[in-house]
Write a protein that binds this ligand. Structure first.
Ligand code: ASP
Length: 327
């Protein structure tokens, strides 16, 4: 029988109506899970660990870098890993782990739920069963299973606070569809791995994110900011006639700060050649993030800045798919 390492890091799935979720310990937690989802015993031999128990909105990059190290240290005697995580920042964690564990050689299946496992009509039970099942299948992916789909982590975003299909990978087909059967796409696990060596010792969070709206003042970033992420309109457009925006972009150029251009839209790619405004943003130094989700773009930028990478290295990285992320 497959051996699966089940790591619980927090979120709604493990929250109990009556208790303080911070009191979870591996023993009682496993009993709680197996009591409610006994069929997990038919799928795999589980070993449970609770590295920490947090609402994922309180997750810091250091927690995720630590998880990546922990998984590498522990994975040798397991066939796969299931990571239970809150949904709020799951797409960011999935992006970071997708990069950091691209070469792990074993499945890492991330899941959580919209309703706690202990509640009636919870989605936790099915998500857990599907996650453990997928983790036994030997597909080398770091992915999110939620609702009826398994999605490549570096391509995901949370789309709903309500629906049981809470996640999507808007620019990439699902890795698996889950209905009566679990149908894994033939392309799952098959992508070039080009993650640069030496990432993951540090993550630089001093990134300013601007999400424009018409009329927004373009303030200069505060001292200490090392990079910018612009969630631009559509295909990469901004009001390039605005003097304060031009001053901001000049400020970044003078300080050799990368300016990464993503889109506010839920799907599709940045194409800075499509409009005059996008072209002008490119001339002022904007680096197109193409099809990267905002989470994959943030994860990539923070990891690169964590190694002291310069603007050119950032530009090259956004033109390269490191771990199957659409570019
Ligand atoms: N706030 C929770 C979390 O992200 C939400 C959830 O898990 O659904 O930890």
């Amino acid at each position: 029988m497959a051996r699966i390492l089940l790591l619980h890091t927090g979120g709604t799935l493990g929250m109990a109506p009556e208790g303080d979720p911070s009191s979870l310990a591996p023993g009682p937690y496993l009993e709680h899970v197996l009591e409610r989802v006994p069929e997990l015993r038919d799928l795999a031999e589980l070993q449970v660990e609770v590295p920490f128990n947090r609402d994922s909105a309180s997750m810091e990059p250091e927690h995720i870098l630590g998880l990546a190290r922990h998984i590498r240290e522990r994975v040798a005697t397991f066939d796969g890993v299931v990571l239970i995580h809150g949904t709020d920042t799951m797409a960011f964690t999935a992006s970071l782990l997708g990069f950091l564990l691209a070469d792990l050689g074993k499945p890492v299946v991330i899941t959580g739920s919209q309703r706690p496992l202990a509640y009636v009509r919870s989605d936790a039970r099915e998500n857990l069963v599907d996650a453990v099942d997928l983790a036994t299948r030997g597909v080398n992916e770091v992915g999110i299973v939620f609702g009826t789909r398994w999605l490549r982590g570096v391509a995901t975003d949370k789309l709903s606070v309500y629906r049981y299909e809470a996640f999507d990978s808007p620019n990439l087909a699902p890795l698996a569809e889950i209905g009566m059967d679990l149908v894994i796409h033939p392309g799952a696990g098959k992508f070039e791995r080009r993650v640069p060596k030496g990432l993951g010792a540090a993550f630089e969070s001093a990134i300013a994110v601007y999400r424009p709206f018409p009329g927004m003042p373009w303030h200069l970033p505060t001292d200490g900011i090392r990079g910018l992420l612009l969630e631009t309109y559509g295909a990469g457009n901004l009001p390039m006639e605005r003097g304060d925006l031009l001053a901001l972009l000049r400020h970044c150029r003078e300080r050799k700060m990368p300016v990464v251009v993503t889109t506010q839209c839920a799907s599709g790619a940045v194409d800075m050649e499509a409009y005059a405004l996008g072209r002008a943003l490119g001339v002022e130094g904007g680096i197109s993030a193409g099809r990267h989700t905002r989470w994959a773009a943030l994860a990539k930028l923070g990891l690169l800045l964590g190694t002291g990478a310069d603007v050119e290295a950032v530009r090259e990285a956004f033109g390269t798919s490191w771990a199957g992320e659409p570019i």
